[in-house]
Ligand binder design. Structure first.
Ligand code: DGL
Length: 216
């Protein structure tokens, strides 16, 4: 079984690591788009033009593709599913589990501007978080800073401290780039908030898809 993983940049590499650790027998092929990273400030049309050819090429070598990019998943996954001939597993902000988990009634979603502006994200909030407060800290330059290795601790601390001070007890990492700073965020939250990111549920979903296709 061959699994393709796609992201604009280094966010996908954290997902590749997690998949390899959980499924050591599976071959993983990673594709990125370093030329055009960050994706978080692009429109759905721009994203489709960039991503469709990459996924089409990747699909020739894979049984399934993990779209390890919340920005792509929340904006154009339906359009991509129409044209890419293998199953696509999407990654999107974990609003539903966060809403189920919060005791304070406040969650914080860290994501790119394109994800936060997407219809899918609006739907998730409306469906699962309509009766709680959803903070959206400004993380607009985070993926660029992480991609170029320039992220600084103080910037993360400012956003996370503010979210915790505003009573958020769940912080959602809605961009795979932020998985690289997860440890730092957990330390800053220091027990005030739980930090959620979707690698584990995606691996479970991947196991189901691979299990199904090996039966055919
Ligand atoms: N890692 C991606 C995400 O999960 C995209 C970040 C970016 O390119 O701005 O949203």
């Amino acid at each position: 079984m061959v699994v393709g993983v796609f992201d604009s940049g280094v966010g996908g590499e954290s997902v590749v690591e997690a998949i390899k650790k959980a499924l050591p027998d599976v071959e993983v092929i990673f594709a990125d788009d370093k030329k055009n990273v960050p994706y978080g400030s692009k429109s759905p049309d721009e994203l489709f033009k960039l991503v469709e050819p990459i996924l089409n090429k990747l699909s020739k070598k894979c049984d399934v593709i993990v779209v390890a990019c919340n920005t792509v998943s929340t904006t154009i996954i339906n359009e991509l599913r129409k044209v890419i001939p293998v199953p696509l597993i999407a990654m999107e902000p974990m609003v539903k589990p966060a809403a189920a988990l919060t005791k304070s009634g406040v969650i914080a979603v860290c994501a790119t501007p394109a994800t936060l502006a997407s219809r899918r994200y609006a739907w998730l909030k409306n469906e699962y978080a309509h009766d709680i407060k959803v903070l959206e800290p400004n993380c607009s330059d985070w993926s660029y800073l992480i991609e170029t290795n320039q992220m600084d601790h103080q910037k993360i601390r400012d956003r996370i401290d503010t979210a915790c001070d505003e009573d958020a007890d769940v912080i959602v990492l809605g961009c795979t780039h932020y998985h690289w700073i997860e440890e730092d965020i957990v330390k800053i939250a220091n027990g005030r908030a739980e930090v959620l990111q979707p690698e584990q549920p995606v691996i479970e979903q991947l196991k189901r898809v691979l299990g199904n296709s090996s039966q055919h």
